[in-house]
Design a protein around this ligand. Structure first.
Ligand code: FES
Length: 256
């Protein structure tokens, strides 16, 4: 059972106890006053007039007189019962709220994604020009400047050991940007924005900047990409690889 379920179950039980206490308190109060509900729904208080003389009462201890002390004790009991019920309800309400707000473990897009072994990522790049992860909606491409600690992508943690991530979402209006095998750029089919192999916006594109990226971690030869936050979108005019199109464009609108 998840921790959220346990918290919610606890909250429900506490709330039920609180309501039970409230109901018991109200019932007891009603019994003391002898109130009943009439046909019209209004409360009728039964008078406690002595009826015809019956058999003599059994020999029992005389009832405790309703002294001011007894009245204070009864009032204290009701006050405390009410306070306890409200406290339980407050705890239950708080626990339910915490349970609803408790962060769930995120898997898939929005969390950390295993992209696989570096060797497999490189194999995909050598075969098609890029590695693509459907679940994480990102590309991994090769990037030549990962040994430079002053490089903006290295500093942002989106480029490591010769690899860099690229978020597939176009910086213009968010279409998925595919890779163009002939130009070796990323070219958006929606309005023709073009990005070089490093995902940097090329002149003439309607997109205001380059592609976003995700943090990349390489441990024990395994690549893990954190898709919880898009990072390091290069502003227009950034060009760290200075690589012209390697062939014809796939999209013939916008930048050439
Ligand atoms: S959404 Fe990509 S160019 Fe408009």
């Amino acid at each position: 059972m998840k921790s959220v379920d346990i918290v919610v179950a606890l909250a429900v039980v506490l709330a039920a106890i609180g309501f039970l206490l409230l109901a018991m308190t109200a019932f007891r109060k009603k019994a003391q006053t002898g109130a009943i509900r009439g046909p019209s729904g209004r409360m009728i208080v039964k008078s406690r007039q002595p009826s015809e003389p019956g058999p003599p009462p059994p020999l029992v201890a005389p009832p405790v007189p309703d002294t001011p002390e007894v009245q204070v004790n009864r009032r204290m009991f009701l006050n405390r019962a009410w306070l306890l019920a409200m406290s339980v309800f407050g705890v239950a309400f708080g626990a339910t709220s915490v349970g609803m707000l408790w962060p769930n473990k995120i898997s898939g897009f929005g969390g950390k994604i295993q992209a696989g072994a570096v060797a497999d990522v490189l194999k995909a790049i050598n075969s098609t020009g890029y590695y693509y992860n459907t679940q994480g909606r990102f590309y991994i491409v090769t990037y030549p400047h990962t040994d430079d600690p002053t490089n903006m992508y290295v500093k942002a943690g989106v480029a490591k050991q010769g690899l860099m991530t690229l978020y597939q979402k176009c910086a213009h209006l968010g279409c998925r940007v595919p890779y163009c095998a002939s130009s070796k750029w990323f070219e958006c089919p929606c309005h023709g924005s073009k990005y070089n192999y490093a995902g940097e916006r090329q002149p003439g594109s309607p997109a205001p900047a380059g592609l976003w990226r995700f943090a990349l971690d390489i441990t024990g030869g395994q690549v893990v990409v954190d898709t919880s936050q898009a990072l390091s979108q290069p502003p227009a005019g950034t060009d760290t690889i200075n690589e012209p199109p390697q062939g014809p464009h796939c999209i013939n609108i916008g930048a050439k």
